[in-house]
Design a binder for this molecule. Structure first.
Ligand code: EPZ
Length: 418
């Protein structure tokens, strides 16, 4: 295992290029099972979860090539089994359910189980697929699905689930007839998946709204496609500019998709704006506290909650953070407290009181975005911060120490026992 050692107190200055989106690339990789031809993807981030997904696709019978930020997938004779040893490391593996049922009428996928931030059930995925004609059995920790040919259905989700929407969208494009999906997730990553599927010949309308209509087709063809930029990686770097009172220019930054985040950061005292060269982020004045409630898109994203909380720790005044999406997404709070933060949790709400300074300390990463929050705090803290178990961080950030180091951060990756 490895850790990051950060000497805080440097104001970050310079340019950072934003990578392709992890949460768009993952469903699009699984959707590459659907076409009968070759899929060539560009702007694919080089992350652990991407490598895991490519291994899973090969286990399912696809031939995958991966070089730099480009991936090529040629579906072969597909097998239905996604084994537990891979699925347990990445719950997004459940996204192979819809494509497998659509292509070969069977799937045997390990139940993903929960993770640090919550139970992460998949009941909405299964309910929707059953309405489309799939039958499921749960045995030995596996979801075993069968269907002759999926048929179009009218599915209304209990909540706007990102993964549920993506699984049903991938199932519907080859189903017999028309599918209407209501109360769907409106996240940009869902829109990117729909655009990819349309490039393969799928007939889809309404992505980005709360209702998606799909007319099933008999087959899909291969395509070349560029994955959208990662709005959460970009948001994390915007927060890095704020917490260090720096001045960063982000290129390939998805400005429109970050509206809720940018509004909140600017309300705290940042000055984030579009320029011809990219999105420029600095502080207009000392940061002030604000209130945040995480919401499905276009509301404030839960994946930016831990990062903005790090900023609030050093803002003047008090801030309230309500986590309405996941039941246990405050794992970063205790670690921030070890650095001197003043945070009180009551149920799904955290009250943050700004302090004059944070002090460096050894802290433990617990999940992907909590890790990012600790890195941000370390950049601003006085002294040395050691962020341990950064395999969590590597799931969603490609060599974050190189990107931050290039804009002045004193940060290095070393073996955990160094
Ligand atoms: C996606 O997870 C993202 N992951 C998450 O990002 C993100 O936090 C989440 O959407 C919310 O935006 C990927 O895209 C790979 P959901 P997903 O289904 O699809 C409940 C990161 O940091 N629910 O929208 O699993 C669920 O418990 C990761 O990059 C059910 O009850 O999220 C949660 O409370 C973390 N039943 C809420 O819906 C279901 O069948 C939202 O979950 C499905 C979901």
């Amino acid at each position: 295992m490895e850790k990051l050692i950060i000497e805080g107190g440097v104001r970050l200055q310079g340019t950072i290029s934003v990578n392709g989106s992890k949460n768009a690339a993952l469903p699009i990789l699984f959707a590459a099972i659907l076409p009968e031809g070759t899929v060539r993807l560009s702007n694919v981030p080089d992350l652990r979860d991407i490598h895991t997904t490519l291994r899973l696709l090969e286990m399912l019978g696809c031939d995958c090539g991966h070089e730099d930020h480009r991936v090529e997938i040629r579906p072969g004779t597909l097998h239905p089994e996604a084994s537990y040893d891979l699925v347990k490391t990445m719950r997004a593996s459940v996204l192979c359910l819809g494509p497998l049922l659509a292509r070969i009428g069977q799937a045997r996928v390990a139940l993903p189980g929960g993770c640090a931030i919550g139970a992460r059930p998949v009941d909405q995925h299964l309910k929707g697929l059953e309405l489309m004609g799939a039958h499921f059995e749960l045995a030995e920790g596996y979801i075993i699905g069968q269907c002759r040919r999926l048929r179009g259905a009218h599915v209304t989700f209990d909540m706007p689930t990102v993964g549920g929407t993506e699984n049903l969208l991938m199932a519907a494009v080859l189903a017999d007839g028309e599918t209407l999906l209501e109360n769907v997730a409106r996240e940009p990553e869902v829109v990117d998946l729909a655009r990819f599927l349309r490039a393969c010949g799928a007939q889809i309308e309404g992505e980005g709204s709360s209702c998606i209509r799909v007319r099933g087709v008999s087959s899909l063809h291969g395509t070349d496609y560029a994955v959208m930029p990662d709005r959460i990686e970009a948001g994390t770097f915007l927060a890095a500019a704020g917490i260090t009172d720096g001045d960063l220019l982000l290129t390939n930054c998805p400005y429109e998709e970050l509206e809720a985040v940018i509004l909140k950061l600017n309300s705290m005292g940042m000055d984030i704006r579009q320029t011809p060269e990219g999105v420029r982020a600095r502080c207009a004045h000392a940061l002030r506290g604000t209130d945040v409630r995480t919401q499905p898109y276009p509301g404030f994203p839960t994946d930016m909650q831990a990062q903005i909380m790090a900023l609030m720790c050093l803002a003047e005044g008090a801030s309230m953070v309500e986590e309405s999406i996941f039941e246990n997404r405050f794992m970063h709070v205790q670690e921030l407290a070890r650095m001197g933060a003043d945070i009180r949790i009551s149920g799904h709400t955290a009250m943050v009181r700004g302090v004059d300074r944070l002090t460096g300390a050894p802290v433990m990463a617990s999940d992907l975005r909590a890790s990012a929050s600790l890195v941000l705090a370390g950049l601003a803290a006085q002294g040395t911060t050691q962020v341990q178990r950064i395999y969590h961080l590597d799931r969603g950030y490609e060599r974050i120490e190189d990107k931050l180091g290039a804009v002045g951060a004193r940060i290095r990756r070393v073996p955990e026992n160094a």
